[in-house]
Design a protein around this ligand. Structure first.
Ligand code: NAI
Ligand code: MG
Length: 331
C-alpha cells in the first residue's frame, strides 16, 4: 500500500505531521511517499505541481494532504483541482458531525450530516478566461458525473437514515435541472427517500434545523460552501475531515485551507487532519482502528485539551500527544 504524503503550505506543515503521528500508532503495511507540492514549490521552481508529481500520485493507492496556499496569479492552476481531475477523484465526502464536548456556533449538537460534493466539474471546470473588462468561468454539469455522484450518495444514504437531499439552483441556473433530475432518478432507483433544496434556502435551513438532514448531495461549489458552513455548526473548520474518492484511489485532507493567519505558531487544530486519517482507515477497511482514533479525539476534548479555535490553550503538539496517548492506551 503506497501512501503519498503532501504537507503543502501553511498549517498543512503542522497538521500532517500530527496526522502521521496518529497513523504510526498502528502497525500498517504502508509505504509513505513524501511529495512537495504547492506555493513553496511554485516559488522555488515556477510550478506548484509537475507531470512527474502526477505520475507519482497515479502510482500511489492513496494520498494524505494538508493544504496549499493559492498565489495571486491568474495563470496559476489549483493543485487540488489538478489532482482531483487528473485522478478522477469524483466524490468529495465531508461528514459534518458534532464532537462530544464541543458546541458549534448555534449550540445545536443534534445533527449528523454527510455532504457528498461532486468533485470534477461544475464551476470548478478550470475552463475560464480573465480579461481586463470581462471574465468568465464555464460551469459544466453532465449526466455521467451527476449520476455517479448520486449513486455514491445513495449508497451512503442506504447505510445511514436513507434520506437524500439534493441541493441545486435550477430556478435560475438551467444546468442545475440536469443535476437535480438525474439525482432524483438515481435516488428513485435506489429506493432512497429524497427531497430537494435550493442552495440559498439550504444554507439558511442548515443553520436553523441541521437535524433535518442526512446525506446532502451537491454540485461542486455548493458542496464547498455548505461544508464550510458546517464547520461553524460543528465548532471549527479545524474539525472537519474529508475524503476525495475515485474508482481505485482516494485522497484524504482536512476541509480547511493553509490558514496563513495562524500558520507557524504551533496552534493549528490537528483534529481535521487526524479525523481524515480515520477516514483513510475506514477506506482501508479498518473500521475498528478508525473508531479508536475517533474515540481518542473525543476523549482528549472531554479532558479539556483543545486548541485556541475551540477556546482552549493547547498547542497542536499537546493535543496530538494527548490523542496519541489515548490511542496507545487501548492497545
Ligand atoms: P482557511 O480554511 O485556511 O482558513 C479559514 C479560517 O479558519 C481562518 O480563520 C483560519 O485560521 C481557520 N482555520 C483553518 N484551519 C484551521 C485549523 N486547523 N485550526 C484552527 N483554525 C483553522 O481558508 P482561507 O483563509 O480562505 O484560505 C487560506 C489559503 O488556503 C488560501 O490561499 C486558499 O486558497 C487556501 N485554501 C486551500 C485549501 C486546500 O488546500 N484544501 C482549501 C481552502 C483554502
Ligand atoms: Mg473549501
Amino acid at each position: 500500500m503506497k501512501l503519498a504524503v503532501i504537507e503543502g503550505d501553511g498549517v498543512g506543515r503542522e497538521v500532517i505531521p500530527a496526522a502521521l503521528q496518529v497513523l504510526d500508532c498502528f502497525d500498517l503495511p504502508i509505504e509513505k511517499i513524501p511529495l512537495e507540492l504547492g506555493l513553496g514549490k511554485w516559488e522555488k521552481t515556477g510550478q506548484a505541481i509537475t507531470d512527474a508529481d502526477l505520475e507519482i500520485l497515479k502510482n500511489c493507492d492513496c494520498i494524505l494532504f494538508g493544504a496549499v496556499t493559492t498565489p495571486a496569479d491568474p495563470n496559476y492552476k489549483s493543485v487540488l483541482l489538478t489532482i482531483r481531475q487528473e485522478l478522477d477523484l469524483y466524490a468529495n465526502i465531508r461528514p459534518l458531525k458534532p464532537i462530544k464536548g464541543i458546541k458549534g456556533a448555534t449550540g445545536n449538537t443534534d445533527f449528523d450530516i454527510l455532504v457528498v460534493r461532486e468533485n470534477t466539474e461544475g464551476l470548478y471546470s478550470s475552463i475560464e478566461e480573465v480579461g481586463e473588462n470581462e471574465a468568465w468561468s464555464k460551469r459544466i454539469i453532465t449526466r455521467r458525473a451527476s449520476e455517479r455522484i448520486a449513486q455514491i450518495a445513495c449508497e451512503y444514504a442506504a447505510k445511514r437514515a436513507n434520506h437524500l437531499t439534493i441541493v441545486h439552483k435550477s430556478n435560475v441556473i438551467k444546468a442545475d435541472s440536469l443535476f437535480l433530475n438525474t439525482c432524483r432518478d438515481v435516488a428513485h432507483t435506489h429506493n432512497v427517500i429524497h427531497d430537494a433544496m435550493l442552495v440559498d434556502a439550504m444554507a439558511y435551513d442548515m443553520v436553523r434545523s441541521p437535524e433535518k438532514y442526512d446525506v446532502v448531495v451537491a454540485p461542486n461549489l455548493y458542496g464547498d460552501i455548505l461544508s464550510d458552513l458546517g464547520g461553524a455548526l460543528v465548532g471549527s473548520l479545524g474539525l472537519l475531515p474529508s475524503a476525495n474518492i475515485g474508482e481505485k484511489q482516494a485522497f484524504f485532507e482536512p476541509v480547511h485551507g493553509s490558514a496563513p493567519d495562524i500558520a507557524g505558531r504551533g496552534v493549528a487544530n490537528p483534529i481535521a487532519a487526524i479525523l481524515s486519517v480515520a477516514m483513510l482507515l475506514d477506506w482501508l477497511n479498518r473500521p475498528e482502528q478508525a473508531r479508536i482514533v475517533r474515540e481518542a479525539v473525543e476523549k482528549s476534548v472531554l479532558d479539556g485539551i483543545m486548541t485556541s479555535d475551540l477556546g482552549g490553550k493547547a498547542s497542536t503538539l499537546e493535543l496530538t500527544d494527548s490523542i496519541v496517548s489515548h490511542i496507545v492506551s487501548t492497545f
